[in-house]
Design a protein around this ligand. Structure first.
Ligand code: SF4
Ligand code: SF4
Length: 501
């Protein structure tokens, strides 16, 4: 029986001078933290139920609420900190696996923050993106080894079913069921407006969203939920999910209470039953098996769509990617261990896998060394937080990035890490109709379009500053990067020099 990891550590404080007892906070909180006491003639709070989603704080008209970290601490102990002690108490009391959501909050190194980007000065002049054309479009899929030209000297396009993106950013897999209908609609509509792709995750594709097919990646995961011919035909690309950064090596589990009528129809499973996807695909135990699935899916759609294989960043990721590049896949998506999730065992989320920066650098290096980098595109995700992370990822060797947590933040998520409870007060990670309608998909998609458009401008500015006018020219251009505060081994793996070198 899984148990919630992140609770009982927040204290709701209400400024009695300011509070006007309007009861907005009571109506907004699905965790029943706030209540009006007619006996006391005022509002009261139950801090034990607070998950710190900040909904009440944001909507209180009197700015009367604050949520603070509970100042109560056990005696200082560098080895047994509060969290370590509390988790022992919880597990001793319940015998359950600790469950969390979103990406790990543990203080592992974020290599994006230890890499700096170059800029032109005097020689190799910079480019003004307001006056000069900048090419942010990318095409994902197999690239030709050599450029071919026709009799008139024009380039011949030999790309095979490429995925063309206006900017090298996609919304990564989040299933309908783990997130709401309105969250999915926001992502789908934004992807269409932006000319990029969003991803169904392993939950199937709701009938209403078939109209966004040309901007949709349909996922095939080990549970095969909602997978059938029409579904494969509906998307622009098919993704085989072998692993996920937040929980490498284990399957997925969506509790029965989230399998409401619509989700059950979309996933093709009975209402109210737990949706459990097994850890392995039961038909894949080798690269040869993977190759069979890649080609089965291609055949199912008449070889008209690219196939992506998504893996978690793990210790031998370079060797795994080298095998996948030979499996017939068009794109490899790698998810780093800081990536988000709707629910994962806490110990797995916080201890298994490797950072995406190191995984990307070693995979790109390996594929180049083997002369097969053009056979496959690389998409990376797992804590891409801003446009600078995108630029660094491209310069380290990625063709494009996947963004999920950043997209949810744009929709209103406040990173309370309680998605697994199904009571998201922002209408995102919930199937409760009253909560779902709090997220307006028109507003949501507009906010996502704003976010990606802002990042696009910043990417153009950074590229211009380097004297580079296309994503293709930035790709794998590690000379544009310098490490800061990294040791020799880390610099070697990243393939970058230290600042000052
Ligand atoms: S929303 Fe603010 S003003 Fe209204 S009852 Fe709650 S704390 Fe008081
Ligand atoms: S999606 Fe909702 S429940 Fe999940 S972290 Fe964000 S605000 Fe919290």
């Amino acid at each position: 029986m899984p148990i919630n990891y992140d609770d009982n550590i927040y204290e709701v404080t209400r400024d009695r001078e300011r509070c006007i007892d309007c009861r907005v906070c009571e109506r907004q909180c699905a965790n029943l933290v706030h209540a009006y006491s007619s006996e006391l003639g005022r509002m009261t709070s139950d801090s034990m139920s607070c998950v710190d989603c900040q909904r009440c704080v944001s909507l209180c008209p009197a700015r009367a609420l604050k949520i603070i970290k509970n100042p109560n601490v056990y005696r200082d102990n560098a080895n047994w900190n509060d969290a370590a002690i509390k988790s022992v108490y919880k597990q001793a009391g319940s015998g359950g696996v600790l469950l969390s959501s979103m990406g790990t909050p543990e203080p592992y190194p974020v290599y994006w923050d230890r890499i700096l980007v170059n800029a032109s000065q005097v020689t190799n002049p910079s480019i003004d993106p307001l006056r000069e054309p900048m090419e942010t479009r990318v095409a994902l899929g197999v690239k030709p080894q050599n450029a071919e030209r026709n009799g008139r000297g024009e380039l011949i396009n030999t790309l095979r079913n490429p995925m063309v993106l206006s900017v090298p950013i996609m919304f990564s897999a989040m299933s309908y069921g783990s997130i709401s209908y309105n969250a999915h609609k926001s992502l789908a509509a934004a992807a269409e407006k932006l000319g990029i792709f969003y991803n169904t995750g392993e939950g199937g594709l709701h009938k209403d969203f078939y109209r966004y097919g040309k901007n949709t990646i349909v996922q095939v995961a080990s549970g095969r939920f909602g997978v059938f011919k029409e579904y494969l035909d509906a998307g622009a690309a098919i993704e085989i999910k072998m692993g996920q950064g937040a929980k490498p090596g284990i399957g997925g589990h969506l509790p029965g209470e989230k399998i409401v009528e619509d989700v059950s129809r979309t996933r093709m499973i009975p209402m109210g039953t737990d949706a459990i996807s097994p850890a392995p695909h039961h038909d894949i135990y080798s690269i040869e098996d993977l190759r069979q699935l890649v080609f089965s899916l291609k055949e199912a759609v008449n070889y008209s769509k690219p196939v992506i294989v998504k893996i978690a960043a793990v210790h031998n990721v370079a060797a795994i990617a080298s095998g996948i590049a030979r499996s017939g896949a068009d794109v490899i998506a790698i998810d780093g261990f800081r990536g988000g999730t709707g629910a994962a065992p806490t110990r797995i989320r916080d201890n298994v896998g490797i950072p995406i920066e190191l995984a990307l650098a070693c995979v790109d290096e390996r594929l180049r060394g083997e002369g097969i980098r053009n056979e496959v595109s690389l998409v990376v995700g797992g804590s891409i937080r801003n446009s600078a992370d995108v630029v660094k990822a491209i310069a380290l060797g990625a063709d494009a990035v996947y963004v999920a947590t950043g997209a949810l933040l744009a929709l209103g998520c406040h990173l309370c890490r309680s998605c697994h409870l199904g009571k998201c007060n922002w209408g995102i990670a919930t199937q409760n109709p009253e909560l779902v309608k709090r997220l307006n998909p028109e507003v949501g998609s507009e906010r996502l379009v704003n976010l990606v458009t802002a990042w696009k401008h910043e990417i153009e500015e950074m590229m211009g500053g380097m004297g580079i006018n296309s994503i293709e020219a930035l790709k794998g251009n590690r000379l544009m990067l310098r490490g800061i505060g990294l040791n020799r081994k880390e610099l070697d793996i990243l393939g970058v020099k230290h600042a000052g070198e």
